[in-house]
Design a protein around this ligand. Sequence first.
Ligand code: NAD
Length: 256
Amino acid sequence: MLKGKTALVTGSTSGIGLGMALALAREGVNIVLNGFGDAEGPQAEVAALGVKAGYHGADMSRPDDIAALMAYAEREFGGIDILVNNAGIQHVAPVQDFPAERWDAIIAINLSSAFHTTRLALPGMLAKGWGRIINVASVHGLVASAQKSAYVAAKHGLVGFTKAVALETATSPVTVNAICPGWVLTPLVQKQVDARAAADGVDNAEAKRRLLAEKQPSLQFTTPEQLGALAVFLCSEAASNVRGQAWSLDGGWTAQ
Ligand code: NAD
């Protein structure tokens, strides 16, 4: 059912976005990759699955770059059927010490970029008569943690945005949902593991154990592969009436 469709996955040169891109590619979906750092490696990994793999290096904090990314997808792939808003950054600091520039960047990348991609992608999906929008939020779209005010604000905003657009499209063949992962061991989280190891004077393995023990009852990291499988499900016919949900994959974090 997904074969031959095209997905744009923002922030897909690493971590969760790359996991989702690979899972969709395994279903025969052509992929537009985006993100910083090495793009050739991820592009080759996706192309090896037998689909078309493109890349655009738009900085998702910049609306003009986002417009250029969408124009690239239109020109090279004939538009987007599946939009995964995944690009995101983190900064950890108490609010009174939070750099204003980091606040603005987190709101722009983790929240506003989804508004810009959605407003530009939705008309094409409605015209084609099918579409899926998946917003990678977080447990921090549902509950808070100290020292993450910008991230928590952006992710709560993204869950709210998901619900609003899901209502606007409720009678259409386009569904809009959010996925809320708990801890996933990606570069974004490894930085927090390193900070914890330094602060507590413990090794990497112990720092990971302590982070998990605080919040994630399963004591297991969620994996990009599990998140990719959930994205594939949300793109399936069986999920066509799943709308406006914030679907947790968090080892029990938000059950507490
Ligand atoms: P990551 O650092 O591995 O990947 C982030 C991706 O976003 C990279 O490809 C990076 O190049 C890209 N990116 C960053 N800034 C960008 C910008 N301005 N423009 C374009 N691309 C940009 O992190 P990850 O853990 O895979 O995070 C992916 C998403 O998942 C984020 O939205 C994050 O908030 C969310 N998330 C992560 C976790 C976790 O535990 N890792 C938990 C919940 C939610």
